[in-house]
Design a protein around this ligand. Structure first.
Ligand code: SF4
Length: 189
């Protein structure tokens, strides 16, 4: 591991520690564990979902429940291993009952994600689902825009659906798989 990677890792661990002890919004009162995110500190792609769910809250790790298994399978299908990427969410603590994060929670948590993106400086930030799309980029209609690569302020973002959406509509599994294949080509170009 070179010095840059070591430095990145130290900074990512530092951000994770800040998240673990954070009490900036009301979600700190109901969480079991904060979920800062995990993966490579020099990843070529960062995945950004909505918020931790029940399994993630229990384990303190991102995307370890049913949606996580679906994402992992779609990544493997596209020859992307989980250890090569970094996975996190817009908000780092579970909203009670898996409700959508509130606007003030998203705003208060935003700095952690910005810092993670800035330190890792990935080739592409992959947006998973409508909440991440609207929170991070002010976008609407993820289903119409999925599969697209867009550049905003010099940063490339790839848009796709949230893996959890495939639990309710099985036909979306194919869509997620297609998008991950496309992403896999984009990150090696
Ligand atoms: S959701 Fe974010 S801002 Fe709120 S307590 Fe957790 S880490 Fe802090």
């Amino acid at each position: 591991m070179n010095n840059k990677n070591n430095n990145n890792l130290d900074l990512i661990v530092q951000i994770s520690d800040e998240v673990i002890y954070c009490s900036n919004c009301e979600l700190c009162h109901t969480r079991k564990n904060a979920v800062p995110g995990e993966g490579s500190a020099s990843a070529r792609v960062i995945f950004v979902g909505e918020a931790p769910g029940k399994s993630e809250d229990i384990q303190g790790k991102p995307f370890v429940g049913r949606a996580g298994k679906i994402l992992e399978a779609a990544l493997l299908n596209a020859n992307i291993s989980r250890s090569q990427v970094f996975i996190t969410n817009i908000v780092k603590c579970r909203p009670p009952g898996n409700r959508r994060p509130k606007r003030d929670e998203i705003i208060k948590c935003n700095d952690y994600l910005n810092k993670q993106i800035s330190v890792i400086n990935p080739k592409i930030v992959c947006i998973l689902g409508a909440t991440a799309y609207s929170s991070l980029l002010g976008g609407k209609e993820i289903t119409l825009n999925r599969g697209k690569l867009i550049n905003i302020n010099g940063r490339d973002y790839f848009l796709t659906i949230h893996p959890a959406a495939t639990l309710y509509r099985r036909s979306l599994l194919r869509v997620l798989e297609e998008d991950m294949m496309k992403l896999s080509k984009l990150i090696v170009e």
